[in-house]
Design a protein around this ligand. Sequence first.
Ligand code: FO1
Length: 310
Amino acid sequence: MNQRTVVALSGGVGGAKLALGLTRILPPDDLLVVANTGDDFEHLGLTICPDTDTLTYVLAGLDNTEQGWGRRDETWSFMDTIGTLGGADWFRLGDRDLALHVERTRRLRAGESLSQVTHDITRRLGIGPRILPMSDDPVRTRVRCDEGWIDFQEYFVHRQCRPVVRELAFEGAGVARPQPEVMAALAPGRARAVVICPSNPFISIEPILAVPGLRAAIAASGAPVVAVSPIVGGRAVKGPTAKMMEELGLAVSAASAAGRYGDLLDGYIVDEADGAGISVATRAAPTLMKTVEDKEALARTVLDFADSLA
Ligand code: FO1
């Protein structure tokens, strides 16, 4: 029987953790991780792809675990120096991380697609499973706050998520073409499961679902769609998820996170404390991932649950 692929949608730290767990229980060819590219931006003349790079470093075992992004064993000579030259030093690019941005930017400018560059870099770093962007066309998350529309990283890093979020937009999503290999993995009968990782629904998952054709392909894939709640005990594990929910007038709960995915979900993994008010099938499990064993255990729970829903 042809191997059936697990397709995981991921953004941010939580997504990368569960993706790591999935790599520990699946053969490399059976996992395809779709990276959100809405956080990508042009900075210092470089094309920066944070969610792709976080996945890359975590799956390559190169990640800075305390920081949740970037590489460990970093040095900061470039950042220190660009600051003295009056350049932008608010978005911290370590010297080793910088090499990735410089080389990726060179190759994109030479006409390679983001998928080609990402595939080659992940292979060179010894990563078995596929990490692919949701689209090779640019999609950029924009945030409308009281001062107007700002870029995502300006909101998330430069202003440290302080602005009140009134609205989000995914610039370019309307005309972005879904990544072909992702669409092929979602062809009817080809996927074993679609896993929506415990990422921020608004900024990590919804941009992926906004790429024309992707949401419909997931729904038509015939595979069980299982999401892991990013809210634990009424709080977000990391990042601005809870703050955004409040600012967008939503309850800060696992249920309202699930509500963002609507009828796409077949199952929802919630932390023991959070099962109330959820219409789809739920399974309670520890969703806080501190150790690699936690990540593997949650990955196993997600796939067992998905298989039971198939
Ligand atoms: N996040 C920060 O809070 N501060 C930073 O200086 C920062 C730099 C950075 C550099 C490369 C990279 O791939 C990610 C980086 N991030 C930083 C995280 C990034 O903003 C987030 O990972 C995503 O955009 C949100 O999930």
